[in-house]
Design a protein around this ligand. Structure first.
Ligand SMILES: O=C(O)[C@H](O)CO
Length: 328
């Protein structure tokens, strides 16, 4: 890609599985000279001093000490999503580099993904689709019986902006809503979506028909849901994870799904992603897995790039970043 007077922005690749979408490139090129990781590495890194910003697309490129050392004029890293668990925030900050995420763009589309998984699992959409396209189309009624969403209790663990938007959607489905969050929401906010606060996760797990995980992956959230927590859930309950795979003890989840400790799981995130093709979760009928679909709509992904550009331009002009993330 040819250069100009524009600031240099490093991206993992254009297109491909881990590359920014081709449709975003004209917009990015209005503001930046783009350089891909491949071009950067092929340049024997001597263009490193030109790079002022990195746009992380689906957690790539990997930001390590070696990369940071080879980019002496790097000012900012913008992330294409809200979760920053793939970045060593302290390491990045120690190089004087600012970081930003994209909370504005992600919350509605991620909440939609959560609700889509909830509905699909409740009504066994993948199984019934497979029956519908099978040559014989033979099935018994029991094979397609789902569970009710209307009137069921949804337990949301993690009531940030995504969790709250899930509550808004669940209310329209006439669900009872419980939530757990480190900080309790204001009473007016709870009332607006009809959500009841559970100080203890255990009590939410015991009451919910659907448990939705929406927490950030912090050290405290690692394997937050393990054997003990799964055993607290109702045998008719469904676990939905749109957070991070590591929030669930996957071995315990497989056992719980195989032995009927819980009814089903719908997972947009796993650990690792994707799972090895022989992983037991891929063989279970009561599991739906999607490939970290999260925000992936044409509009939301574009909004993420717009939010990233806004943050990068602010950092390069020495202005406050609209969605700066600081190491805790
Ligand atoms: O963190 C997010 O916003 C999504 O999961 C993409 O990583």
């Amino acid at each position: 890609m040819e250069g100009g007077e524009l600031p240099w922005l490093l991206v993992n690749e254009v297109g491909g599985i881990r590359g920014i979408l081709h449709s975003h490139v004209p917009f990015l090129k209005k503001h930046f000279h783009l350089i891909t990781m491949k071009e950067f590495l092929e340049s024997k890194k001597d263009v490193g001093k030109k790079v002022q910003a990195i746009y992380l697309w689906w957690h790539k490129p990997v930001i390590d000490k070696e990369l940071l050392q080879s980019l002496p004029n790097l000012k900012v890293i913008a992330n294409s999503g809200v979760g920053m668990d793939h970045l060593d925030l302290k390491l990045v900050a120690s190089f004087g580099v600012k970081m930003a995420n994209a909370p504005r763009a992600v919350s509605s589309s991620t909440a939609d993904t959560g609700m889509a998984l909830l509905l699909a699992s409740a009504r066994r959409l993948v199984e019934v689709h497979n029956i519908s396209i099978s040559p014989s189309m033979e099935y018994c009624e029991a094979d397609i019986l789902g569970v009710n969403v209307t009137g069921a209790t949804l337990g949301i663990i993690g009531m940030g902006s995504i969790g709250y938007k899930i509550a808004l959607r669940a209310r329209a489905f006439e669900m009872n809503i419980l939530y757990h969050n480190r900080t309790r929401r204001k009473v007016q906010e709870e009332q607006a979506v009809g959500a009841t606060y559970c100080r203890r996760i255990d009590s939410l797990l015991q009451q919910a028909d659907f448990v939705m995980l929406v927490v950030n992956l912090t050290p405290q959230a690692h394997k937050l849901i393990g054997k003990r927590e799964l055993e607290l859930m109702k045998p008719t309950a469904t676990l939905i994870n749109i957070s991070r795979g590591a929030v669930v003890d996957q071995e315990a989840l497989v056992a719980a799904l195989q032995t009927g400790v819980i009814r089903a799981a719908a997972l947009d995130v796993t650990s690792p992603e994707p799972l090895p093709r022989d992983h037991p979760l891929l063989k279970l009928k009561n599991v739906i897995i999607t490939p970290h679909l999260g925000i992936k709509t044409d509009k939301a992904t574009y909004m993420i790039t717009e939010e990233a550009v806004e943050n990068i331009l602010a950092a390069l002009s020495g202005l406050p970043l609209p969605s700066e993330v600081l190491p805790s």
